[in-house]
Design a protein around this ligand. Structure first.
Ligand SMILES: [Zn+2]
Length: 266
C-alpha cells in the first residue's frame, strides 16, 4: 500500500477508535503492512485522537525503526500476526470496554448467539494473560492467530486484523458490539444459542461467500465441534484458555450498575 494513503488511513482510524471510546489516553495501537519488510505503526505514548500523519513510525519486520519515530511498544503483537498470516495487511489493537470486560472476566466471545457474527467474524478466543510488550503476550497469542481474526487478551484488551485496515477495524467493532449485546442479553435473562443446524448453514454460507475460509472451522470454541463442523487440520488449543461453557452471574445491584454504565456508553 502507498505510504501516504496508509498514513492518512491510520490517523482516520485512530481518531475513530478514540471517538468510539475503544481507547483512551495513549492506549491501543494500529499498523499497516506497507511491503514485505516495512510496517507503518502508531507511535509510542500518544493519544490516537490527537495523532498526526507525521507522528507515525516505520519499522522493519523485527520492529527496528527506519525513521526517527519510535513505534508502540506493543508492535511485537502486530509483527507476530503478520509473520503467521501473510494474508493480513493491517492490525488494530484497542481496549473497547465491553470486549475488554469479557477479557477481564476471563470469558471468550464464543457463544453462537448472533448469525452475522458467525458469518463474518467467527468466535473470539481468550488468550492467557501476558505482560504487554513482552514475549509472554505474543507466546500466549500464538496458538490462536492462524484460525481467528480477532482475539481477546486476558486482563488487557482486544486485537483484530484483516486484509486492510477497515476490515481490521470492522472486526474489532463487531467484537465490541457482540460483547455489548451479550452483556445486555444477560441482563434480560440470558441469550439463546442458535441451534446446531443453523450454525451449520451459516458456516456453509460464509465459506461460499468467501467471508471466512475453511481454516476458520478450527476455532477455539465448542459450538463448531458440537455441530460436527471441523476441517482436516489438526489444531490443539490450550484448554484452560477457552471459556466456552463458563457461567457468569450478577447480583441485582451489579446488574443495575452494569445497565446504567451501558446506557452511558452508548
Ligand atoms: Zn493494549
Amino acid at each position: 500500500m502507498d505510504e501516504g494513503a496508509a498514513r492518512k488511513l491510520i490517523v482516520e482510524v485512530g481518531n475513530l477508535l478514540y471517538e468510539r471510546s475503544y481507547v483512551v489516553s495513549s492506549d491501543g495501537n494500529v499498523s499497516i503492512r506497507l511491503s514485505e519488510d516495512r510496517v507503518l505503526a502508531t507511535p509510542t505514548m500518544m493519544c490516537k485522537g490527537r495523532m498526526t500523519e507525521e507522528d507515525l513510525a516505520v519499522t522493519d519486520m523485527d520492529g527496528k525503526p527506519v525513521t526517527d519515530r519510535r513505534a508502540s511498544s506493543e508492535l511485537a503483537m502486530h509483527l507476530l500476526i503478520y509473520k503467521m498470516r501473510p494474508d493480513i495487511k493491517a492490525v488494530c489493537h484497542a481496549h473497547p470496554p465491553h470486549g475488554t470486560a469479557f477479557a477481564v472476566a476471563g470469558l471468550a466471545i464464543d457463544k453462537p448467539i448472533l448469525s452475522e457474527v458467525i458469518l463474518t467474524l467467527g468466535c473470539v478466543p481468550l488468550t492467557d494473560y501476558g505482560t504487554p510488550s513482552t514475549d509472554e503476550l505474543t507466546e500466549s497469542m500464538k496458538p490462536y492467530v492462524a484460525h481467528h481474526n480477532a482475539l481477546l487478551m486476558a486482563n488487557h484488551g482486544a486485537v483484530a486484523y484483516g486484509e486492510d485496515l477497515w476490515q481490521a477495524f470492522d472486526r474489532l467493532e463487531t467484537l465490541e458490539h457482540t460483547a455489548k449485546i451479550a452483556i445486555l442479553a444477560k441482563a434480560l435473562g440470558g441469550a439463546n444459542d442458535l441451534p446446531q443446524d443453523a450454525i451449520e448453514k451459516l458456516v456453509k454460507i460464509r465459506e461460499k461467500a468467501g467471508y471466512l475460509k475453511e481454516s476458520a472451522r478450527c476455532q477455539a470454541c465448542g459450538y463448531l465441534h458440537e455441530a460436527g463442523i471441523t476441517c482436516d487440520l489438526n489444531v490443539t488449543y490450550p484448554s484452560a484458555a477457552t471459556a466456552n461453557g463458563k457461567k457468569i452471574s450478577f447480583t441485582r445491584e451489579e446488574l443495575i450498575e452494569l445497565l446504567s454504565q451501558a446506557a452511558r456508553l452508548s
